[in-house]
Design a binder for this molecule. Structure first.
Ligand SMILES: [Zn+2]
Length: 426
């Protein structure tokens, strides 16, 4: 058994947990003990505080009420004003997904309706808002996920095994290496390969639609890249030049996770389908087909902004709102338990981690910070060709790599530079 599960189980009464599995970085415990499930929230909270990982307690699938009876109960207990939509059961995970136009009403005051559903049916209810406008793509994505419930459960457990194998709380002394496979000083085919001795991750994998030859795709034929060693893909946003090549990786046999926000997953699937359609109309060869897009959806793990999650034994990912398009994120990677911090930002508003005087990290668009500083002290701005430069009078600090200690450290920013970009960014 994986060490972290051992650590959790030894703090719980013997035999109370019937199964313990991973759903990505989340740890799920199943119990056959009704009393324990309904009343032992505190015990689980204590475990979460101790191990600092997300842990969820669910009833064992043998406890759940029959589907028809449970659906009848749910339809009766939720007030009609919530406007119920579909009710879908995931029997393997003891989860029921309830669609409602007004989720707040379906949940009830302080979640009392959901608590009652749990108590009476032993299903764990998740309420999802019915889209205001009917959306074929969202329906299709959800149905791909539901049809593959069985596979998803095994896949998410495998992802967890990879993350927690050799899990340690210690800070790791190790190198990181960043290689640009595309998008370095160019618009299109954004793709950054991030490696540590332990992990290999791609940040974005896009297509340059201005070309239809070798120049259109990231340089995945680089000798250091082996698809079978790739741990994960992170997609910052759904524009084709950032996520358009991801289905191709699944065509090539990649079966690991893609991390992004839910809107990025859905719009990426839509744009990938559109990309096939355009290729067909232009009588061009298709790079991938609908099945590869389905594989991408099946293997996508969605994250909310500011939700911290482990993605490999030495990388922890947090997505932040980047304000570029719906669902777009910048990715903050916390590597080797804090040895390195890397922020990958993207198009247009280019935010970076800046530390204020109390060393509190704030993610701000760097352009905004520089603009504000320069407008405040116009007398200090010097012009060198296109570039404007001034000393950092605000005392701003950031994360920086120190070559003499080979460590990422907090360092003052020495100069603020502004170089207006004239091209449009996508
Ligand atoms: Zn973009």
């Amino acid at each position: 058994m994986v060490q972290i599960l051992d650590e959790i189980l030894k703090d719980l009464p013997k035999g109370i947990i019937s199964d313990s599995v991973f759903e990505g970085a989340n740890i799920i415990l199943y119990t056959k003990d009704k009393e324990f499930f309904l009343n032992k929230g505190e015990t689980i909270r204590d475990i979460v505080n101790k191990i600092k990982k997300r842990v969820e307690l669910r009833p064992d699938p043998t406890l759940t009420m029959e589907l028809e009876k449970a659906e009848e109960f749910i339809r009766k207990i939720i007030p009609p004003e919530a406007v119920l939509g579909s009710i879908q059961f995931d029997p393997q995970r003891s989860i029921v997904v309830i669609g409602a136009e007004k989720p707040g009403i379906a949940i009830g005051k302080q979640g009392e309706i959901l608590k009652e559903i749990k108590r009476k049916t032993f299903w764990v209810p998740n309420v999802e808002r019915t889209p205001a406008i009917e959306s074929k793509i969202i329906e299709n994505v959800r149905s791909v996920l539901f049809q593959n419930n069985d596979y998803r459960k095994k896949f998410l457990h495998k992802v967890g095994l990879r993350i927690y194998n050799g899990y340690t709380k210690e800070r790791k002394e190790e190198w990181i290496r960043v290689t640009f496979f595309g998008g370095g000083r160019q618009v299109g085919r954004s793709c950054v390969f991030l490696q540590t001795p332990e992990s290999k991750v791609l940040l974005d994998c896009g297509v340059n639609v201005a070309f239809d030859d070798y120049n259109a795709y990231p340089l995945l034929d680089s000798p250091e890249f082996k698809i079978e060693d790739l741990d994960a893909i992170i997609v910052t946003h759904s524009h084709i030049d950032h996520g358009g090549f991801v289905p191709f990786l699944y065509k090539m046999g990649f079966r690991g996770p893609t991390y992004c926000t839910a809107p990025t997953r859905d719009i990426s699937a839509l744009l990938a389908l559109d990309y096939i359609g355009v290729a067909f109309k232009q009588a061009r060869k298709n790079l991938f087909d609908v099945n590869d897009i389905k594989e991408m959806v099946k293997h996508t793990i969605t994250l909310n902004w500011e939700e911290v999650t482990d993605i490999t034994p030495d990388m922890r990912l947090t997505l932040y709102n980047s304000g570029h398009i719906l669902g777009s994120s910048m990715a903050h990677l916390h590597i080797g338990n804090g040895l390195h911090n890397l922020v990958y930002s993207l198009d247009g508003k280019t935010p970076v981690a800046i530390l204020d005087k109390n060393n509190e990290a704030a993610f701000e668009p760097i352009g905004k910070i520089v603009d504000q500083a320069m407008n405040k002290h116009p007398e200090m701005v010097r012009k060198k060709g296109d570039v404007e430069e001034m000393p950092n009078v605000g005392g701003l600090k950031t994360f920086a790599f120190n070559p003499s200690t080979l460590k990422t450290e907090i360092a003052p920013i020495t100069r603020l530079l502004r170089h207006p970009i004239k091209e449009d960014l996508y």
